[in-house]
Design a protein around this ligand. Structure first.
Ligand SMILES: NC(=O)CC[C@H](N)C(=O)O
Length: 405
């Protein structure tokens, strides 16, 4: 094993071992508290240009499989773990996480006191970081950290988006067509729509309103994505055009922030963000609390109470994080109270779970009139308790049999 160093923008230095690819990398240091789902985290395009610190101390136990990636590659700029699994143990695994990181050229560091590092980021806020297995002098690395790019002000969606439009066909009878703007979309999102009878036309981040309406969509969807929403202007203008034309809208995460901006609200950078899979959120429209998956460093600045008159209708905050009162959802209604569009700051597609928020896809299909023909919304109780993509869908029975991870 060879040594490596991690240097934060404020000069704090950690020493560990090289993990994954050897070399040097820079990004914004953020921490993720998920105990499961590291493959989904690594392949989430929203982590582009971020160095992710895992608070779960043991990472890599179930290796890497070909079913769980959320996109075509790993996007994190660097990976920080405490204690990598020395042995891979899962029936779906085809390789180790260490091999996968190395194969994709992702620089990581292990043997780090991730609790101390996380507490530091929580106290001081997310900041730039460098990891290097080639530099031994922290002061020299610190200079390069301070010269590296900032997250605030960065437009990054265009760096991760698909170059070409493609179609995800409806699973079963087709009920609806949705145009989905890929700002860093995760594969589970079109899948969640497709399994509700939606044909999803995934369009590049640069798509114009004309290209969207050419698909003749029943609704418009904006995905999650990396970067600062305040630096992402083209998509806000396109969304304003779509809202003016009365096209129903649903947005997730970045799609919530851009909806907020389209409605005239501001966005701001959180001190250290929300990244994990157990964040409690209140749906104010039903009074129910759900446990949700998050990955956001920015948030919408909208009044928690009352509604705001916008050129497109009345906008209000529909969801709030119970940990810190951060805006977690918005909705837009017309003068007679009819829903025109909505969005959430978290991840109802939640590939690694939890699935509490799956109802939001039903809400979108309902908004588009997809259940009008007598078909009823699939109840969330029909969602499998444990879900494994690919050929080997697993149910609760196999879990209790101990056959699943
Ligand atoms: N997952 C996302 O869509 C993240 C949105 C935005 N880049 C943020 O960090 O807040």
């Amino acid at each position: 094993m060879s040594g490596a160093i991690l240097v934060l923008e404020d000069g704090r230095t950690f020493r560990g071992e090289s993990y994954g690819a050897a070399g040097e990398t820079f990004g914004e240091a953020v921490f993720n508290t998920g105990m499961t789902g590291y493959q989904e985290t690594l392949t989430d395009p929203s982590y582009h240009r971020q160095v992710v610190v895992m608070t779960a101390p043991h990472i890599g136990n179930t290796g890497v499989n070909d079913e769980d990636p959320e996109s075509r590659r790993i996007w994190v700029a660097g990976y920080v773990v405490r204690d990598p699994a020395r042995r891979v143990s899962n029936w779906r695994a085809t390789r180790s996480l260490d091999d996968e990181l190395r194969g994709q050229g992702v620089v990581g560091i292990s043997g780090i006191d991730t609790r101390a590092l996380t507490r530091h980021l929580r106290e001081r806020g997310a900041m730039r970081v460098g990891i290097s297995s080639t530099e031994t002098d922290p002061a020299a690395l610190l200079d390069r950290v301070r010269a590296s790019g900032e997250m605030a002000g960065s437009e990054l969606a265009s760096e991760v988006s698909t170059g070409e439009a493609y179609v995800v066909p409806a699973i079963g009878p087709k009920r609806l067509t949705v145009a989905a703007l890929d700002l860093g979309i995760k594969s589970m999102t079109p899948h969640r729509l497709a399994e509700r009878g939606v044909e999803v036309h995934v369009l590049p981040a640069t798509a114009t309103l004309e290209e969207i309406t050419a698909v003749n969509p029943d609704g418009l969807f904006y995905s999650n994505g990396p970067g600062d929403p305040a630096a992402t202007t083209h998509q806000v203008e396109v969304l304003q055009g779509a809202l003016a034309e009365g096209i129903p809208y649903f947005g997730i995460c970045f799609g919530n922030q851009l909806f907020g901006r389209a409605l005239g609200f501001g966005t701001y950078k959180l001190k250290y963000g929300h990244r994990g899979i157990n964040q409690p959120v209140l749906d104010r429209t039903t009074g129910k609390t759900e446990v949700t998956a998050h990955n956001h460093g920015f948030a919408v600045d909208a009044p928690l109470d009352g509604s705001t008159t916008t050129p497109y209708g009345e906008a209000s905050v529909s969801h709030v994080c119970l940990n810190d009162d951060v805006v977690e959802g918005l909705e837009l209604r017309d003068g007679s109270g009819r829903l025109k569009g909505f969005s959430v700051q978290y991840h109802p597609e939640a590939a690694a779970g939890p699935h509490d928020a799956a109802y939001l896809f039903d809400r979108f299909v309902e908004l588009l009139g997809g259940f009008e023909t007598g078909a009823s919304a699939p109840s969330s109780t029909t969602e499998p308790v444990v879900e494994v993509r690919g050929a080997q869908a697993t149910s609760l029975e196999t879990t209790t049999d101990g056959k699943d991870a």
